[in-house]
Ligand binder design. Structure first.
Ligand code: ZN
Length: 141
Protein backbone atom coordinates (compact mmCIF):
# COMPACT_ATOMS: atom_id res chain seq x y z
CA UNK A 1 0.00 0.00 0.00
CA UNK A 2 2.77 2.43 0.91
CA UNK A 3 4.51 1.58 -2.32
CA UNK A 4 1.47 2.52 -4.36
CA UNK A 5 1.22 5.77 -2.42
CA UNK A 6 4.84 6.56 -3.23
CA UNK A 7 4.29 5.83 -6.93
CA UNK A 8 1.23 8.05 -6.90
CA UNK A 9 3.19 10.87 -5.26
CA UNK A 10 6.08 10.38 -7.68
CA UNK A 11 3.65 10.97 -10.54
CA UNK A 12 1.48 13.74 -9.06
CA UNK A 13 4.16 15.98 -7.51
CA UNK A 14 6.14 16.51 -10.78
CA UNK A 15 2.85 17.04 -12.60
CA UNK A 16 1.89 19.81 -10.16
CA UNK A 17 5.38 21.25 -10.52
CA UNK A 18 5.11 21.34 -14.32
CA UNK A 19 1.67 22.99 -14.17
CA UNK A 20 2.89 25.54 -11.63
CA UNK A 21 5.96 26.30 -13.75
CA UNK A 22 3.90 26.85 -16.85
CA UNK A 23 1.58 29.16 -14.92
CA UNK A 24 4.56 31.06 -13.47
CA UNK A 25 5.99 31.78 -16.90
CA UNK A 26 2.57 32.74 -18.25
CA UNK A 27 2.04 35.28 -15.45
CA UNK A 28 5.59 36.62 -15.83
CA UNK A 29 5.03 37.13 -19.55
CA UNK A 30 1.72 38.90 -18.90
CA UNK A 31 3.34 41.19 -16.30
CA UNK A 32 6.14 42.05 -18.72
CA UNK A 33 3.61 42.85 -21.41
CA UNK A 34 1.63 44.98 -18.96
CA UNK A 35 4.63 47.02 -17.81
CA UNK A 36 5.66 47.78 -21.39
CA UNK A 37 2.10 48.56 -22.44
CA UNK A 38 1.66 52.07 -23.75
CA UNK A 39 -1.63 53.91 -23.57
CA UNK A 40 -3.04 54.64 -27.02
CA UNK A 41 -2.73 58.31 -27.82
CA UNK A 42 -5.89 60.38 -27.42
CA UNK A 43 -7.46 61.51 -30.64
CA UNK A 44 -7.56 65.30 -30.78
CA UNK A 45 -9.73 67.07 -33.29
CA UNK A 46 -10.66 70.68 -33.86
CA UNK A 47 -13.96 72.21 -34.88
CA UNK A 48 -14.05 75.56 -36.57
CA UNK A 49 -16.60 77.82 -34.85
CA UNK A 50 -18.69 79.93 -37.15
CA UNK A 51 -21.18 82.66 -36.35
CA UNK A 52 -24.71 82.15 -37.56
CA UNK A 53 -27.61 84.61 -37.25
CA UNK A 54 -30.21 83.61 -34.71
CA UNK A 55 -33.61 83.42 -36.27
CA UNK A 56 -35.82 85.24 -33.79
CA UNK A 57 -38.94 85.21 -35.92
CA UNK A 58 -40.27 83.02 -38.63
CA UNK A 59 -41.84 84.65 -41.64
CA UNK A 60 -44.60 82.09 -41.78
CA UNK A 61 -45.79 79.22 -39.71
CA UNK A 62 -47.73 76.37 -41.11
CA UNK A 63 -49.37 73.09 -40.52
CA UNK A 64 -48.40 69.94 -42.27
CA UNK A 65 -51.44 68.84 -44.16
CA UNK A 66 -51.56 65.62 -46.03
CA UNK A 67 -53.35 62.37 -46.48
CA UNK A 68 -51.73 59.26 -45.13
CA UNK A 69 -51.28 56.56 -47.69
CA UNK A 70 -50.71 52.90 -47.30
CA UNK A 71 -47.02 53.23 -48.05
CA UNK A 72 -46.51 55.69 -45.23
CA UNK A 73 -45.68 58.52 -47.62
CA UNK A 74 -47.43 61.86 -47.34
CA UNK A 75 -47.36 63.27 -50.86
CA UNK A 76 -49.59 66.21 -50.07
CA UNK A 77 -47.55 67.45 -47.13
CA UNK A 78 -46.87 71.13 -47.30
CA UNK A 79 -47.23 74.45 -45.57
CA UNK A 80 -50.43 76.35 -46.06
CA UNK A 81 -49.92 79.77 -44.43
CA UNK A 82 -53.54 80.84 -44.59
CA UNK A 83 -54.84 77.88 -42.68
CA UNK A 84 -51.94 78.00 -40.28
CA UNK A 85 -52.66 81.55 -39.25
CA UNK A 86 -56.29 80.75 -38.66
CA UNK A 87 -55.32 77.78 -36.51
CA UNK A 88 -52.68 79.65 -34.53
CA UNK A 89 -54.79 82.67 -33.67
CA UNK A 90 -58.40 81.91 -32.91
CA UNK A 91 -60.61 84.88 -33.68
CA UNK A 92 -61.01 87.14 -30.67
CA UNK A 93 -63.50 89.95 -30.62
CA UNK A 94 -61.62 93.19 -30.27
CA UNK A 95 -64.68 95.19 -29.30
CA UNK A 96 -64.82 95.98 -25.56
CA UNK A 97 -67.55 94.60 -23.39
CA UNK A 98 -70.28 96.89 -22.20
CA UNK A 99 -72.06 97.10 -18.89
CA UNK A 100 -74.85 99.51 -18.06
CA UNK A 101 -75.14 100.47 -14.42
CA UNK A 102 -78.47 99.84 -12.86
CA UNK A 103 -78.06 102.23 -9.96
CA UNK A 104 -75.50 103.78 -7.66
CA UNK A 105 -74.95 100.92 -5.20
CA UNK A 106 -72.47 98.05 -5.35
CA UNK A 107 -72.85 96.13 -8.57
CA UNK A 108 -71.02 93.14 -9.89
CA UNK A 109 -70.95 91.45 -13.22
CA UNK A 110 -68.93 88.76 -14.90
CA UNK A 111 -66.18 89.53 -17.33
CA UNK A 112 -66.03 87.49 -20.51
CA UNK A 113 -63.35 85.34 -18.94
CA UNK A 114 -65.58 84.54 -15.97
CA UNK A 115 -63.86 86.87 -13.52
CA UNK A 116 -66.27 88.74 -11.23
CA UNK A 117 -65.91 92.50 -11.59
CA UNK A 118 -67.29 94.81 -8.91
CA UNK A 119 -68.30 98.43 -9.15
CA UNK A 120 -68.34 100.47 -5.96
CA UNK A 121 -70.89 103.23 -5.42
CA UNK A 122 -68.03 105.72 -5.79
CA UNK A 123 -67.03 104.39 -9.17
CA UNK A 124 -67.08 107.25 -11.67
CA UNK A 125 -64.94 105.86 -14.46
CA UNK A 126 -66.07 105.06 -17.93
CA UNK A 127 -64.39 101.70 -18.21
CA UNK A 128 -63.00 98.91 -16.05
CA UNK A 129 -60.19 96.56 -16.93
CA UNK A 130 -60.27 92.93 -15.86
CA UNK A 131 -57.21 92.01 -13.85
CA UNK A 132 -57.31 88.44 -15.10
CA UNK A 133 -57.63 88.78 -18.85
CA UNK A 134 -56.91 92.47 -19.31
CA UNK A 135 -60.10 93.02 -21.27
CA UNK A 136 -61.73 96.44 -20.95
CA UNK A 137 -65.41 96.73 -20.21
CA UNK A 138 -67.08 100.04 -20.95
CA UNK A 139 -69.29 101.20 -18.07
CA UNK A 140 -72.35 103.16 -19.01
CA UNK A 141 -73.74 105.23 -16.15
ZN1 ZN B 1 -61.61 89.06 -17.69
Amino acid sequence: MAKRMLIMLAVVVPLIGVIGGVKYFQIRTAMAAGSSFQQPSEAVTTVVATQEPWESTLAAIGTVVGAATGAGVIPGAGIIPGQAQAAAQPPVSQAPYEYTRKGTSWESFSCGCGNLLQLSPAFQGSAITCKLCGKTTVIKQ
